[in-house]
Design a protein around this ligand. Structure first.
Ligand code: KG4
Ligand code: ZN
Length: 351
């Protein structure tokens, strides 16, 4: 029985979906009921392990996923208080991401789906991030503009209807999260750099250093963060060569302001051009308070509603994958058994 029609597809209150996510350094599994009720959301983070190397080491990530995947799935089912046979389908990230990491989740999902005789649904990780908003905000309706900012992606999208993604702009080089992470490393801050920069920025002056805002005045929705990265690294090296103490909080605040300015400027320009009254923010960098605040303020001034997921659903998790899987399941979509990992998968590529 279909309960309700929403812009994202139909809901069905009883459908139970297991969502599996292993595209990077989080081994995650979640059971979601009816598309929006999170019964469990288990996330085993490998951050402490990769921190030793200043970033994600793909080989180590794959090996850790293989250790963690079954215990994480088992715990997700136990916390949801359901049996594997209760599941209606299994949704799994099949790209983009690290190939070895993706293969662990994908193989586990295939084995379970085959054993249970239920459908396997491959999900694009970026679509998953977008669905973190659908999961939490019942009133979100297309048409809208969505900014997805993570460690690997900076995509500005126009979404006219469910599943219909028009890519307005992308980063031409580094992703926003990657810029945070790389510059944090030069500053001697821990991985992942985004939250560390945000913490340091709280006591810094965002106007202390005038870092470049790549492409901000260009007639494009594309982004570029490589100039900012070079400027920040040069700034740090110059100070180090002069033997000066690094004003870490000022650098962090100025860097964060430069990234936020560009993201907010392009997003609002797109929202105005496409005349939408809704903006979605998603992805790990969407957890950034300065970005949320500036986007909210500037959107409000234009009468535009802004939605973003709670922090735990901004970064990688299985619930967003389960939610995206729910709507594909109700549309009767199913992936073939030979579905492969797609490390370079883009939004809009055929499933
Ligand atoms: O979505 P996500 O968990 O993984 C990818 O799909 O890449 O995003 C991780 C990225 C990292 O670059 C991390 O530094 C960044 O999100 N991030 C943040 C914050 N929390 C996570 N960046 C800025 N401020 C934050 N509070
Ligand atoms: Zn992600």
């Amino acid at each position: 029985m279909v309960d309700k029609q929403v812009g994202w597809g139909a809901e069905h209150a009883d459908v139970l979906v297991l969502g599996i996510e292993t595209s990077c350094d989080e081994t995650a599994a979640s059971v979601v009921k009816g598309g929006r009720m999170i019964l469990s959301n288990v996330i085993a983070s490998q951050v402490e392990l990769h921190r030793l190397y200043g970033g994600v080491v793909p080989e180590i990530a794959s090996r850790k996923h293989i250790e963690l995947i079954m215990p994480v799935i088992d715990l997700a089912l136990k916390k949801a208080k359901i049996k594997p046979t209760d599941l209606d389908c299994i949704a799994v990230t099949y790209g983009p991401g690290l190939v070895g990491a993706l293969l662990v989740g994908l193989s586990s999902a295939k084995a379970m789906a085959l054993a249970l005789g239920c459908p396997l649904i491959g999900i694009n990780h970026i679509e998953g991030h977008i669905y973190a908003n659908v999961l939490e905000h019942k009133d979100v309706e297309p048409p809208l503009v969505c900014l997805t900012v993570s460690g690997g992606h900076t995509d500005l999208l126009y979404i006219d209807a469910y599943g219909d993604y028009k890519i307005l702009g992308r980063t031409r080089d580094d992703a926003a999260g990657e810029a945070f992470d790389k510059i944090a490393r030069v500053l001697g801050l821990d991985y992942p750099g985004g939250p560390e920069i945000a913490k340091q920025a709280l006591s810094g002056d965002p106007k202390a250093i005038d870092f470049p805002r790549g492409l901000i005045h260009e007639d494009t929705y594309d982004f570029s963060f490589s100039g900012l990265k070079t400027a920040a690294i040069n700034h740090v090296h110059n100070l180090q060569q002069k033997g000066e103490t690094l004003p870490i909080s000022d650098i962090a605040a100025s860097l964060q302001a430069a990234i936020v300015d560009v993201l907010v400027h392009k997003t609002l320009a797109a929202a105005s051009a496409y005349k939408v009254d809704t903006i979605l923010l998603s992805g790990g960098v969407g957890a950034n308070e300065a970005l949320r605040d500036q986007l909210r303020q500037d959107a409000q001034a234009l009468g535009i509603n802004l939605y973003y997921p709670s922090k735990v659903l901004c970064t990688d998790n299985g619930a967003m994958i389960a939610c995206a899987g729910h709507y594909r399941f109700l549309k009767g979509q199913q992936s073939p058994w030979d579905l492969n990992a797609a490390p370079q998968l883009r939004l809009g590529d055929p499933v």
